[in-house]
Design a protein around this ligand. Structure first.
Ligand code: IMP
Length: 429
């Protein structure tokens, strides 16, 4: 069976891009199924650092076709910019290499303005969104007044829909104290992008099913992470889509019988960007050590927004939950190199909530906010593991840490990453 799902096990930023880049070497198609340019994947190939927001990292493999599925929300102006940037770095992004679903929804300038207005109106309760217009675009989709990518093929109809959308948004934008949008300019920017994107638009459900039927391997690359899932994450501090396994099927339009593996990606510690509960969050020196200084692109600062990420010990409760929600067949643990030099390392094995010990995150925000992590302490390691390429290169305490994480989330860990470069992976078996 030819489909692999790749899912973030925490709050996003787990290093899915680099894992996808590795798995893409065996794939014919790499498809994104949810979210939009709120995502940021960094992939390093030799001297080149690719920062991808919409286009799957599979584009860096010349034999792979990339797909943007119907479950996504796509900002056409930003997509054109990303295509141009990648092409300027020597990677062709022609319509035979990138397919955009005619059923994906568009993020328009109205959505971007509404995102800012909504965050401003929430004040202290702001979600801390990426301000890319994600929430408002999904709101229009489910409210049945969105614009789909198929409309990029009909400029007149598109202009009319964009114009009306801006006029609908402007009172809310103005009420939040922001400047109203000029509907004509907003429509023109999108139409210029539409002309570039028309050749890329296809019926992706038909495309994916045809490829799957012929036995081609499809890698479904998740964005964000389980705890940001609109159903399974810590609502309302979530994104507006379904980054978990179910989202891959609805977001591309194929059936579960094609799926043979569900690979979770978890970072060796916890990070979160934006508001919301994070039981193992650290402050002070420990947090700074995990975060890094920001001098390196792999330090814990948002790829999309540049915001410093909140950092904390590994939370096995979250990983266990993510494994359950998506049915992980294995977990890839990333950024183990960052843990070098800690005398000891803590892992949250359960939470104490209102006097009870629980092994899964509670299902209400109020309880999750009250959850106190129950920690297990493991010995750290002082060795630099970034040059490890095989199991025998890893210190005993690193292997012990990996083994314990696998036991705690009840999923095998066969691969870990020890740095951002393509070859900084260790296959354990
Ligand atoms: P939105 O997706 O921009 O609406 O943001 C909703 C929440 O998800 C915020 O807390 C964001 O910081 C978070 N978020 C969205 N995309 C990502 C991502 O790719 N990595 C990490 N956090 C994200």
């Amino acid at each position: 069976m030819p489909a692999t799902l790749l899912i973030g096990a925490q709050w996003g930023d787990e290093g899915k891009g680099r894992v996808a880049d590795w798995l893409a070497a065996d794939a014919n198609v790499v498809a994104r199924y949810a979210g939009g340019d709120n995502a940021g994947h960094t992939v390093v190939v030799g001297q080149k650092v690719f920062k991808l927001h919409l286009i799957p990292s599979g584009i860096l493999h010349s034999s792979v076709t990339c797909v943007l599925g119907n479950g996504m929300v796509i900002n056409p102006v930003n997509l054109v910019r990303e295509i141009d940037e990648i092409e300027a770095m020597g990677v062709p992004v022609t319509p035979d290499r990138l397919v955009i679903s005619s059923r994906a929804h568009l993020i328009t300038p109205a959505h971007v303005a509404l995102d800012a207005a909504s965050e401003k109106a929430r004040g202290a309760d702001a979600i801390g969104t990426t301000l890319r217009g994600i929430g408002p675009a999904y709101l229009d989709k489910t409210g049945r007044q969105g614009i789909r990518a198929g409309s990029l093929r009909n400029e007149e109809e598109l202009a009319d829909m964009l114009y009306r959308m801006v006029e609908r948004a402007n009172p809310t934008v103005v009420a939040a104290g922001l400047a109203p949008l000029d509907p004509q300019k907003a429509a023109l920017d999108v139409i210029v992008a539409a002309r570039r994107l028309q050749p890329y638009i296809k019926d992706v459900t038909e495309y994916i099913n045809t490829r799957l039927k012929t036995g081609d391997r499809v890698l479904c690359e998740g964005a964000q992470g389980t705890m940001l899932d609109v159903d399974h994450g810590d609502y309302p501090f979530v994104t507006s889509s379904s980054p978990t396994a179910g989202g891959a099927l609805t977001g591309l339009g194929f059936g579960p019988r094609y799926v043979d593996s569900v690979v979770g990606v978890g970072k060796a510690f916890s990070t979160r960007v934006g508001s919301g509960p994070m039981p193992t969050e650290l402050s002070g020196d420990l947090a700074s050590r995990l975060r890094g200084t920001g001098e390196n692109f792999w330090d814990e600062f948002g790829t999309t927004t540049g915001r410093p990420r909140r950092c904390g010990w590994l939370d096995a409760v979250i990983l266990r939950y993510a494994a359950r929600v998506s049915g992980f067949t294995e977990l890839v643990l990333t950024k183990l190199d960052v843990l070098s030099g800690f005398d000891e390392l803590k892992i949250a094995t359960s939470y104490r909530v209102d006097g009870h010990e629980v092994s899964m995150p509670p299902d209400t925000l109020a309880q999750l906010e009250r959850a106190e992590p129950v920690y297990e302490t493991l010995p750290g390691w002082s060795e630099d593991v970034s040059r490890a390429r095989q199991r025998s290169d890893l210190p005993t305490n690193t292997l012990r840490y990996i083994q314990r994480v696998a036991e705690l989330c009840e999923v095998p860990i066969n691969t870990v990453s020890v740095g951002p470069e393509r070859d900084q992976l260790v296959h354990l078996s």
